[in-house]
Design a protein. Structure first.
Length: 443
């Protein structure tokens, strides 16, 4: 017998046979309301006619062009649009096939920047505990997801770590928000000094943490402080916007809301909204100019770089977001959604925190909201929520267990930007049901 390898080798998931708008349907005829866009991917919902048409047109004209031989109009136009809409002088775009690839490319471009600048000794990246930057070895090394790292530790490069900006759990009662933020920045500075600033390549962080914490934005001033430290010590700031970028938080780039310009930005997921596998790295002028004026070659590359059909899908997605004013819709609907969630769960004993920006929202589940005591990770409450949600015909993206030595159960919600108020109300109704059932199942 031959088998497709699924993530869980003992379990075959339902077979998806069709998807339209907010809904997916399986081969048994059951429909699922997609409240997580898969894993914060499907920002336009499913089967959007404009995106399908753009892909089809591109397939008919040139379905593949190796980037070592050709460029294409769609790839150039996509790069132009991403750079034009990006903050500051993030004027350069490198197109890959997904988020992990984007992170790998960002790490390598950052390293090459220093090698070509005559500083080949620089090798240290700094990242935050409870972060996720992808599953390839470089990206896995950067992230702090213990479960995903455990078996591969010996293969991973050393990365210096600092605390995440995780106010709900880490700010001691009574501590001023500014003092909490200053403490985090002091730790980052300490880590830079410990490694020797002359050895550090860069600091990488998600502007709004997704897959390990569930939509946790930074505290006010945190990223301004990060930018200032990176400038002071001459290291690069890499923003991982694979999950939180491309409109998910109400601005095209999540970091816009923090008022700083990173040196490199990694994109994925929402870039082509799942219609094609696409990722990108944006780089500032000074990064690319140094390599252009040095060796002239970025020592990297994949067979599917700047794939024309993928670029056509991403370009169409970006045009729809602009034409249909979806960034504004995300901001407005996001506020409504959080209000609905607060109405449903605000007094729930087992919901400790409801947080997020735009349509990127997280719920943290706890045994007791007053003490914030998490559930025993062995209960796998997050997995029970996913199972019960699927039973209720709802897709949410829970995560949990032990992450970097810390317990937690989080539910990430990332509905498509086209969600109506009625859709969001239905999400909350089904989620209430799923959470209630999951709590019974694990007790
Ligand atoms: N970076 C972040 C912040 C992510 O959330 C993810 C995926 O969840 C990745 C990188 C990796 O992206 P991909 O799964 O497309 O390789």
């Amino acid at each position: 017998m031959t088998h497709l390898i699924h993530r869980n080798l003992r379990h075959t998931p339902p077979v998806a046979v069709s998807a339209f708008g907010m809904y997916m349907r399986d081969s048994a005829g059951k429909t699922y309301l997609d409240a997580s866009g898969g894993a914060a991917v499907s920002s336009l919902g499913h089967s959007h006619p404009d995106v399908l048409a753009a892909m089809q047109a591109q397939m008919k004209s040139a379905s593949y062009a190796h980037s070592g031989f050709f460029t294409t109009d769609v790839a150039e136009e996509l790069a132009h649009r991403l750079a034009t809409d990006a903050p500051g002088d993030l004027n350069h775009v490198y197109l890959v096939s997904g988020g992990s690839e984007a992170i790998e490319a960002a790490l390598k471009l950052a390293r090459q920047y220093f090698v070509e600048g005559g500083e080949p000794q620089r090798r240290v990246f700094i990242a935050r505990r409870q972060s996720y930057h992808g599953n390839t070895l470089g990206a896995l090394a950067l992230g702090g997801n213990e479960a995903r790292r455990r078996q591969f530790e010996l293969l991973l490069m050393d990365v210096a770590r600092v605390a995440p900006c995780y106010e709900y759990r880490d700010r001691p009662a009574g501590q001023d928000l500014q003092d909490y933020t200053a403490g985090l920045l002091a730790e980052l500075e300490e880590r830079i000094i410990e490694a020797g600033p002359q050895n550090v390549i860069g600091f990488c962080a998600e502007p709004v943490v997704g897959a390990t914490l569930g939509a946790v934005p930074a505290t006010p001033g945190y990223f301004k402080g990060v930018r200032a430290l990176c400038d002071r010590y001459g290291i690069l700031f890499i923003a991982d916007e694979v999950m939180c970028g491309m409109g998910r938080t109400g601005t095209l780039y999540a970091i816009e809301q923090d008022g700083v310009v990173p040196d490199l930005v990694a994109l994925g997921k929402g870039l082509a909204a799942g219609y094609q596998p696409v990722g990108a790295v944006l780089a500032r002028d000074h990064v690319v100019e140094r390599v252009r004026n040095g060796s002239g070659v970025f020592q990297h590359g994949h067979t599917y770089n700047a794939h024309p059909v993928a670029a056509a899908a991403a370009l169409a997605v970006q045009k729809v977001i602009r034409r249909d004013c979806l960034l504004g819709a995300v901001t407005v609907r996001g506020a409504t959604f959080r209000r609905m969630l607060r109405d449903a769960f605000g007094a729930h004993r087992n919901v400790g925190d409801i947080r997020g920006r735009g349509l990127f929202v997280g719920l943290e589940l706890v045994q007791d909201r007053d003490t914030k005591r998490p559930f025993d990770p062995d209960l796998k409450l997050h997995a029970a929520v996913k199972e019960q949600a699927m039973a209720c015909g709802l897709m949410v993206y829970p995560m949990g267990g032990t992450i970097d030595g810390r317990r937690g159960d989080h539910i990430l919600l990332a509905p498509p930007f086209i969600a109506t108020e009625a859709d969001l109300a239905e999400v909350v109704t089904r989620l209430s049901d799923a959470v209630a059932r999951a709590l019974v199942a694990v007790r």
